[in-house]
Design a protein around this ligand. Structure first.
Ligand code: HEM
Length: 199
């Protein structure tokens, strides 16, 4: 074997160049998502506090829309590259729909559990993303019509405030979940390092 070659944690087979490219893309898109998310949560929110509320709302809307697009791009790309990596490692068992077509025996390893949590956190991330995008975000762009009366104002404001609260909460939750998947990925990466072939 070539000195210093990485081996896949599950089966000990070498990672080829395409595996490494897929892993690079897999990790980079979630890096983009995580750094982008933290950037909005901390410096952008801080800057919004220093400008008039109407402008802060506009900034929030524009940045929110852009980040929604970045997020869905990252979620889809990380899922697709992850699924491709599973397939390339030979971890599919197409005869077993009960394990989502993934070989059950990989659950006997640390690699398998790390993967399980990586995929589980991703699935929850998607569900939260769907709730934010399809349910709460439309509330943010809702407007009062001329036909509305002052009696409509309070429920409108309450719905808006609750949408802002839940989007903030779910967005933080997703950053924590992404961190959890990174931690799972680090376990896999560590296994690669530990299994580095000396000669
Ligand atoms: C929040 C989403 C995710 C994050 C942050 C994430 C992160 C990572 C990281 C950091 C690695 C380690 C790369 C290395 O150093 O070797 C990794 C590997 C891997 N991920 Fe993910 N991942 C995510 C979602 C997924 C999903 C949804 C799947 C499957 C559908 C998946 C499948 C894999 C596989 C198969 C590997 C290991 C490849 C190998 O054997 O070397 N990941 N991931």
């Amino acid at each position: 074997m070539i000195a210093g070659m990485l081996t896949a944690a599950a089966g000990g087979e070498a990672l080829d160049d395409l595996d490494k490219i897929l892993i690079g893309i897999h990790v980079a898109v979630m890096g983009l998502y995580t750094v982008g998310g933290l950037w909005i949560k901390i410096p952008v929110h801080r800057a919004q506090k220093g400008i008039p509320p109407a402008q802060a709302a506009l900034v929030g809307q524009r940045v929110g829309l852009d980040f929604t697009i970045v997020s869905w791009f990252a979620f889809i790309v990380v899922g697709a590259t992850g699924y491709a990596l599973l397939g390339r490692a030979g971890d599919f068992d197409l005869a077993s729909p009960y394990t989502f077509f993934i070989d059950h025996s990989i659950m006997d390893s640390r690699y398998g559990w790390a993967l399980f949590f990586m995929i589980l956190f991703w699935a929850v991330l998607l569900i939260n993303g769907l709730i934010m995008t399809l349910y709460f975000r439309p509330h943010l762009s809702g407007k009062l019509e001329p036909a509305n009366t002052t009696a409509d104002l309070e429920p409108f404001q309450a719905r808006l405030a609750s949408a802002v609260f839940w989007i903030d909460f779910l967005a933080w939750a997703n950053l924590v979940l992404a961190g959890g998947s990174f931690a799972a990925g680090m376990i896999i990466g560590l296994d690669h390092t530990v299994m580095r072939v000396a000669s």
